[in-house]
Design a protein around this ligand. Structure first.
Ligand code: PLP
Length: 409
């Protein structure tokens, strides 16, 4: 079965009870069972079943099964937001005294979370660049996780996932990948050797910008060896489900940031059109990048789809000649960047990515405003940089919008 058919038919079917073709919203806090004996079995994990929505819920389960299949994992856990997914996925692994090696220029919220972990005795070391050399230099005896994004944002660099997976496994360290920007339509990092994938499903997975959510998908492949990961010992009996069993028995239910059933419902509907939307935004972004290259006012265009982009070859190979929806431009000064944003008619000035509509933002004065100049440089955030996340509009209209806005600067 190919990707889009799998997306629509795999692992799930019409509702068994009613035949409903759209998965119903089970907007219920709890689930009743016929006998105390049955309840005991479900609670102890000896029988499948639903108990309480903080733990599991049919609408959320339906979404989890689809994402597990699309990413090629053994299972997943949907969360209230992308940040909830990332924080739970990481905290399920690291403990006081451990270290994380992170790629450079990662999403601002993740960067802030990693820095906050220092209060709990977990140190994050950031690679200077996302090359195997730079990452390897950061690894110490205390490293317990390597974290990277499939497409950096706003740097838009593309790491070679297979190479990083081999490096991580040489040191018996798991590789976690944030696949928000690429989605499983462009790449399934687990198939390239990554161990855990996380997503903000608030973005391209939902696709309509109508709810916040996140998900953790596990490959089931990583060997949680006793020396480095003693706290996984009690869960070794779950075999490939070791990581998820530990997560669900621990932080997932204890912190309680489950996805809302209504958000799972909306995200399930959005997910149906993932392939069509990704096809369209990749094509639109490619055309817009090439158009903007011809505009004199624009000093630089960064898009992995451009042949002279330093990561073009790796992106081409990993993403099967597609390059995502995000591009950045440099326009000379902050004032010009502001003027361009203010003059755009269709492109909305918004902080998210992965909406149906084209979005623009000036990262230096918003998402990265609190960061030092050095942090901004590391993240590739310049004062004259605009991030564009291209939407589903007709490309002629997006180009015309940029043309008219540029003519006013
Ligand atoms: C948005 C985003 C997140 C955080 O997700 P939320 O759903 O906003 O919590 C994490 N990683 C990336 C790459 C993102 O774009």
């Amino acid at each position: 079965m190919k990707f889009t058919t799998k997306l629509l038919h795999g692992n799930v079917g019409p509702n068994a009870e009613t035949g409903a073709t759209t998965p119903p919203i089970y907007q219920s806090a709890a689930f009743n069972h016929q006998s105390a004996y049955e309840m005991e079995k479900i609670f102890s994990g000896k029988k499948p079943g639903f108990v309480y929505t903080r733990v599991n819920n049919p609408t959320i389960d339906y979404f989890e099964r689809r994402m597990t299949l699309l990413e090629g994992g053994v299972g997943s856990a949907a969360c209230s937001s992308g940040m909830a997914a990332i924080s739970l996925a990481v905290l399920n692994i690291v403990r006081n005294g451990d270290e994380i090696v992170s790629g450079s220029g990662i999403f601002g919220g993740t960067y802030s979370f990693f820095n906050g972990l220092s209060a709990y005795g977990v140190k994050t070391i950031y690679a200077k660049e996302n090359t195997a050399d730079c990452i390897e230099k950061c690894i110490t005896d205390n490293t317990r996780l390597i974290f990277l994004e499939t497409i950096g944002n706003p740097k838009l660099d593309v790491p070679d996932i297979g190479a990083f997976a081999r490096l991580a496994h040489e040191y018996n360290i798991p590789l976690m990948i944030d696949n928000t920007a690429a989605t499983p339509y462009l790449i399934q990092p687990l198939k390239h050797g990554a161990d855990i994938v996380v997503h903000s499903v608030s973005k391209f997975i939902n696709g309509g910008g109508n709810s916040i959510g996140g998900i953790i998908i596990d490959s089931g492949h990583f060997k949680w060896n006793k020396e480095k990961f003693a706290h996984f010992g009690d869960f070794a009996k779950f075999g490939p489900f070791c990581y998820l069993a530990k997560l669900r028995a621990g932080l997932f239910k204890d912190i309680g940031s489950c996805m809302a059933p209504f958000n799972a419902y909306l995200t399930n509907i959005g997910l149906d059109t993932l392939s069509l939307r990704m096809e369209r935004v990749c094509s639109n972004a490619d055309k817009l990048a090439k158009y903007l290259l011809t505009c004199d006012t624009i000093k630089a265009v960064n898009y992995p789809g451009l042949p002279d982009n330093p990561d073009h070859e790796i992106a081409k190979r990993q993403f099967a000649d597609k390059y995502g929806a995000i591009l950045t431009i440099r326009i000379g000064t902050k004032e010009k960047a502001f003027a361009l944003i203010d003059n755009l008619k269709y492109a909305l000035n918004a902080a998210n990515i992965g909406d149906t509509k084209t979005l623009v933002i000036h990262p230096a004065s918003t998402i990265y405003a609190a960061d030092s100049d050095e942090q901004k440089m590391n993240a590739g955030v310049y004062d004259d940089l605009i991030r564009i996340c291209v939407g589903l509009e007709d490309i002629e209209d997006i180009e015309a919008d940029f043309k008219q806005a540029l003519s006013k600067i």
